[in-house]
Design a binder for this molecule. Structure first.
Ligand code: CO
Length: 503
């Protein structure tokens, strides 16, 4: 007897859940690799990871998945595009098509090129020697162009790469958004740089005992709603958030004993990601409805807590007196106003990950322009340093002293990650637009922050964003939450207000 569509659908979900479980084992090994694994465990871990990655890939690309998808797609189960089945099938189809369209040889070549690329990049960056990295970049660009051709696209080839991180987003719409953002940011940064902002950031570079920083960070994480019975916060070199599944979300951070903000805002950032992971619907674990919407939406959650809440005056009106009790020595001569200036400094700099909230998006826009040109064949790998320096001068008014402080600073391209950078700026844009809406929906949020109530905002995010998983594509989610399509204006309003307050 042939199976019913219901049976096909539950078999499809069973297979996807098994795949997610296996991937979560790989995730746990990855977390261990970056926290507690002894150094000599690296080779064994690489073999474990490669085996699991292959099995996870095979579970998605099994011919049975294609057959099951077809059976469900041709049934009344998906008649209502908003139904759970329709959403899950839409998203599994997207992943499946992408995975099976890529020839095995291309997948293997990309894996090899990105491993070699990252090694070469590390070496090249330490010596600021772009020439030694150029052949790797050339190869990676060529393979990513092949990937775009294999996956297919309607508009620009770059769309096919973007789609992997930000489904539903297009190059054309990003160009429009980013052009508007850039046109207003460039003069705003100039104004801030020329403004008579008192230099207070040296307050942040005093001695802040790392153990005490950890106590502060844990207290703040708990106060904004991170559940330590369903997650951990550990120490590592490169902070990250790894959502293994319901009840187990791993965050990592690092504490610099002579610089306060790195550890503090880095932790707030990861906690924002962690709240999203903890807020995903457990009953849909293993299916797209139980997964985060997109990288841009994920980043909006981290940026909201890091920047829009964590650098605001009401937040510090609550926390600064408490911070001063823990760090009496470095803070005894510091007033709240000086502290606010210090954590909100606007300063043009070369390195993206050190950039402040106002200049940050200009770093991303430059990368977005260059990687489009690379993928569309308008720029060759060898021309990258010159194009970078010229673009940097135009957007940020500075000329990098060398390529290590310029086009060699990020790992992304060496790892084959093209189309990833824009999700950082999308995160900032979504965060600001969601925040304006939260303020409308929730009344006086500033008063809430000032009395230490952060759970009102956290519950709003749970309800409006987290619990929907992948039900809506990011642009649609934005429309539903805020009643409008994504616009650069909320972020620009926030930054203009901030610069006006600082000047
Ligand atoms: Co992030």
């Amino acid at each position: 007897m042939p199976r019913t569509p219901e049976q096909a659908y539950s078999e499809l979900l069973r297979r996807m859940k098994e795949r997610t479980l296996l991937a979560s084992c790989a995730g746990l090994l990855g977390w261990d690799e970056r926290t507690y694994m002894p150094r000599q465990g690296a080779n064994l871990r690489a073999e474990q990871a490669a085996l699991l990655a292959r099995m996870v890939h095979e579970m998605l690309t099994a011919p049975a998945i294609g057959l099951l998808l077809e059976e469900v797609e041709n049934s009344r189960l998906v008649e209502d595009p908003q139904s759970d089945a329709a959403v899950n099938v839409r998203e599994i189809r997207r992943q499946y098509d992408r995975a099976v369209k890529l020839p095995r040889t291309l997948v293997e070549e990309l894996a090899r090129a990105s491993t070699l690329g990252q090694q070469a990049w590390q070496e090249a960056r330490s010596r600021s020697d772009f020439a030694s990295f150029a052949p790797h970049l050339r190869k990676l660009v060529q393979l990513k162009r092949e990937e775009a051709q294999a996956v297919g696209f309607k508009g620009a080839a770059y769309d096919a790469l973007l789609d992997d991180y930000e489904p539903g987003e297009t190059t054309a719409s990003l160009r429009w958004l980013f052009a508007e953002l850039r046109a207003e940011l460039v003069p705003l940064v100039e104004q801030a740089a020329e403004g008579k902002v008192r230099a207070c950031s040296n307050i942040l570079r005093r001695e802040y005992d790392a153990d005490r920083q950890q106590i502060v960070c844990q207290a703040v994480a708990a106060a904004i709603g991170f559940d330590f019975d369903a997650g951990r916060l550990d120490v590592t070199t490169h902070p990250f958030c790894s959502g293994l599944g319901p009840g187990d979300v791993r965050l990592t951070t690092r504490y610099n004993p002579v610089q306060f903000s790195e550890g503090f805002f880095g932790t707030l950032h990861e906690v924002g990601h962690g709240l999203y992971e903890q807020g995903l619907p457990a009953e849909h674990y293993g299916t797209p409805l139980g997964e985060a919407c997109s990288l841009g939406i994920h980043e909006s959650q981290s940026r909201m807590w890091e920047n829009l809440v964590g650098r605001s005056a009401p937040f510090w009106r609550h926390w600064f007196p408490r911070l001063r009790q823990v760090f009496w020595e470095p803070l005894r001569d510091v007033k709240l106003d000086d502290w606010l200036l210090a954590v909100n400094e606007v300063k043009r700099s070369f390195i993206r990950i050190e950039a402040d909230e106002t200049t940050y998006n200009l770093h991303i826009i430059l990368r977005f322009e260059l990687e489009q040109a690379l993928i569309h064949g308008d720029l060759s790998a060898d021309e990258v340093p010159a194009a970078w320096n010229e673009g940097f001068k135009k957007t940020l008014g500075l000329t990098p002293p060398d390529d290590a402080h310029g086009c060699l600073q990020d790992i992304h391209w060496s790892a084959g990650l093209f189309g990833y950078f824009p999700t950082y700026t999308l995160g900032n844009l979504y965060a600001a637009q969601f925040m304006e809406q939260a303020r409308q929906d929730l009344g006086d949020l500033d008063a809430a922050f000032e009395r230490g109530d952060f759970l009102t905002l956290k519950s709003w995010l749970n309800d409006k964003i987290h619990r929907h998983g992948k039900r809506y594509l990011a642009p649609e989610l934005c429309q539903r939450v805020t009643g409008k399509p994504l616009s650069p204006q909320p972020l620009l309003r926030h930054l203009r207000n901030k610069v006006a307050r600082l000047s």
